[in-house]
Design a protein around this ligand. Structure first.
Ligand SMILES: [Zn+2]
Length: 279
């Protein structure tokens, strides 16, 4: 069995979904694929195919409420300033930020997405990856909204983001809750309904647990690390399946109740969000 790609400690088999096996690290708690795709293959996918599959989900105002919530959370800690969004897509989040007074830039590998962001919204988006990006001025805030778990080596992205942030700058992450999704998958497998449930679950290159993300950020010089249950985004899955909408709303309400009862200490929602400050 392959050792953890981050801390090199041994991992244990965690679950298998179709042909993909995920292990869980005994050291840092990362949930990682036994055989990872190459960096180049993953980047090529986002450069070439992603727009066609997901652009409709990004446009059309479905996520406006979510983006305002995210910006509100950040502004409470930093005010406005220079913001860089990684995996900016068509730039809808950046448009929302601009309206609230931010000076915005984005990075996006998909050529078609960048064309929309530039042509339709007049945004300043770099067409490429974070690793290729070179910028002199530093940022007050860097955001990764449902992006980091697509990365083969997310620690390299965090390292680069840290370089681009001002000292005291804010890092915002949003990603699927690895424990939540793998738990639901395991339960549905026991009940023999995993075929139905699996399409609503999200497993990318890595699955993050709260313990892993805290370890990762503190290893790369971040402090004041806050981890929360995130509210749902209202993407196409939710609107096209009434039953799924019912289930996710119930889950969201359960997450909120858990927050209330536990004072936000129990991280049991489909998505997590993290705010941290560069030391
Ligand atoms: Zn590890």
């Amino acid at each position: 069995m392959k050792n953890c790609p981050y801390c090199k400690a041994p991992g244990k088999f965690y679950f298998k979904i179709s042909s993909r096996t995920y292990n869980r690290c005994s050291g840092c708690d990362l949930i990682y694929k036994e055989s990872q795709d190459s960096y180049d293959k993953v980047v090529a996918h986002y450069r070439n195919d992603y727009f066609e599959q997901y652009s409709a989900d990004q446009m059309g105002g479905k996520r406006d409420r979510l983006f305002d919530k995210i910006l509100g959370l950040i502004e409470k800690r930093s005010g406005t300033g220079r913001l860089l969004d990684i995996g900016a897509g068509c730039g809808v989040f950046l448009v929302a930020a601009q309206k609230r007074g931010w000076e915005v830039k984005g990075i996006e590998p998909s050529i078609q997405s960048v064309e929309v962001a530039q042509g339709q919204y007049g945004l300043d988006i770099y067409n490429g990856t974070l690793q290729e990006y070179d910028e002199n001025g530093k940022f007050d805030v860097i955001t990764f909204i449902n992006v980091l778990d697509h990365s083969v080596e997310p620690w390299k992205e965090i390292d680069k983001a840290s370089l681009l942030l001002k000292s005291g700058g804010i890092l915002y992450l949003r990603f699927p809750n690895g424990l939540f999704h793998s738990f639901l998958f395991k339960v549905s497998k026991k009940l023999n309904i995993e075929q139905t449930i699996a399409k609503f679950l999200v497993f990318h290159e890595c699955c993050f647990t709260p313990r892993f993300i805290r370890r990762l950020l503190s290893d790369y010089g971040f402090g004041n690390i806050e981890v929360y249950n995130a509210s749902l985004s209202g993407g196409s899955l939710i609107s096209s399946f009434p039953l799924f909408s019912f289930i996710t709303r119930s889950i969201e309400i359960m997450g909120k109740l858990t927050d209330l009862v536990s004072g936000g200490r129990v991280l049991w929602g489909p998505s997590l969000e993290v705010v941290a400050r560069k030391r």
